[in-house]
Design a protein around this ligand. Sequence first.
Ligand SMILES: *[C@@H]1O[C@H](CO)[C@@H](O)[C@H](O)[C@H]1NC(C)=O
Ligand SMILES: *[C@@H]1O[C@H](CO)[C@@H](O)[C@H](O)[C@H]1NC(C)=O
Ligand SMILES: *[C@@H]1O[C@H](CO)[C@@H](O)[C@H](O)[C@H]1NC(C)=O
Ligand SMILES: *[C@@H]1O[C@H](CO)[C@@H](O)[C@H](O)[C@H]1NC(C)=O
Ligand SMILES: *[C@@H]1O[C@H](CO)[C@@H](O)[C@H](O)[C@H]1NC(C)=O
Length: 467
Amino acid sequence: MWSWPKILIFSYLTTGIWMEKQFVSRRGMNLQVHSTSNFTDLERTRFRRALYKGHYCRTRGCCEDRNDDCVTHFYEANAMCYCDKFCERENSDCCPDYKSFCQGENPYQKGCFRDRQYYGEGAVIKENCNNCTCSEQQWQCSQHECLVHPELIENINTQDHGWKAHNYSQFWGMTLEEGYKFRLGTFPPSPTLLSMNEMTVSLPSEIHLPEFFISSYKWPGWTHDPLDQKNCAASWAFSTASVAADRIAIQSNGRYTDNLSPQNLISCCVKNRQGCKGGSIDKAWWYLRKRGLVSHACYPLFKDQFFNNGCNMASRSDGRGKRHATKPCPNNIEKSNRIYQCSPPYRVSSNETEIMKEIMQNGPVQAIMQVHEDFFHYKSGIYRHVSSIKDKSEKYQNLRAHAVKLTGWGILRGAQGKKEKFWIAANSWGKSWGENGYFRILRGVNESDIEKLIIAAWGHLTSSDES
Ligand SMILES: *[C@@H]1O[C@H](CO)[C@@H](O)[C@H](O)[C@H]1NC(C)=O
Ligand SMILES: *[C@@H]1O[C@H](CO)[C@@H](O)[C@H](O)[C@H]1NC(C)=O
Ligand SMILES: *[C@@H]1O[C@H](CO)[C@@H](O)[C@H](O)[C@H]1NC(C)=O
Ligand SMILES: *[C@@H]1O[C@H](CO)[C@@H](O)[C@H](O)[C@H]1NC(C)=O
Ligand SMILES: *[C@@H]1O[C@H](CO)[C@@H](O)[C@H](O)[C@H]1NC(C)=O
């Protein structure tokens, strides 16, 4: 049996076709008015076929009053027809389905259009991070600030700021607030951390610092590439595990080159299992010192951070200064559940030269930076914060801290053709972000606070590690 709506639609469609036939026969001559070219028979046939499909105003949408933009292509590009009320004047240039669609009593009358598509009254579509509801033939959209900001991308890419921006599909649809909440996740440094004495350097003062330094060239296979934290606000865990892993490999002279498990920290280091809602790097280093971490292969990242968040690893001291795991690896393919530990962390001076010496001598360091809206869009080049159109700085003040790993430096021509010094840093947003997961940022000017707090630690290697 046919339901009422079906009958309505059916009768609407047949009426529509009938009216369009009328239209063609009635307007046969008129078409020439709008067209500048001759029709061949074939073209005429195609034209009629296109007309019977009849989707002009139905695709384009109807307009009230006079609106010269309310126009659509009609028979290829040779003529235009209109769907506004004004088209009904004496010498009609309305589209063939204008009467049936824009004026008829039909179930499609109400509703909205988007990208030439029809949506019924009450339909909800997503426009970047905002929901739009079709109400009274108008789209009513929520007004959130979105993480991906097309005008900002355009602004950065058309000007000479020294870096390029990209529209990342993984950020599309998120609000700016979600970006700050889920993609960073390092608590602002505690007063304890900030009042930590800078280590007075025990490094030779007359050390030759090259123009370029890249950790992975000096220590191939011993440093670790960026992972992807996804929407888990745990840069506190990703950067700490990565710096510790690099340094253990370097200080053990390549004996232990495992990457360390950020998931181990996320799931086990924090009380109440809040690891994906932010954490502090002091806690992370404390855990590395007191409990230790297994490798990333042993305790890999969970696919879904919000369902598997129990701690699946523990360690016990053997009484001789070394700890051992008390559980097998959560990833049962991996057999080695060796526990890695570090010394207490130390703070490196904020002096650019001292940071460089530290990296070159002992390996990558951890830096806590302030993230601004434009940083999410970074694709390549030497990053500097470009003040955005609306920098809602107050609202996100406590969410901006982000921990990354500094792995090297260089100097190259940047913005305005000037030579610019930069750091090379590893982020934790996967390899599709930035320069293969890394970014470069201005060096020596405390850009985005990158030089404010630099942390490092020693791998804790006991004599039993030698056997
Ligand atoms: C129509 O075709 C004829 C002959 O094919 C040509 O002479 C004439 O210029 C054409 N008219 C237009 C408007 O193109
Ligand atoms: C949009 O709608 C979806 C589902 O209806 C909802 O989960 C989401 O929070 C809404 N987003 C905004 C920005 O209102
Ligand atoms: C950005 O990317 C999304 C999907 O990843 C796409 O829908 C959108 O149109 C793009 N926006 C711009 C301005 O390029
Ligand atoms: C940084 O330290 C070096 C010596 O290592 C010194 O020459 C330089 O002046 C210092 N820079 C600043 C800004 O203090
Ligand atoms: C870096 O900038 C921040 C904020 O502007 C400031 O608090 C900090 O002292 C600066 N650090 C250095 C080393 O200039």
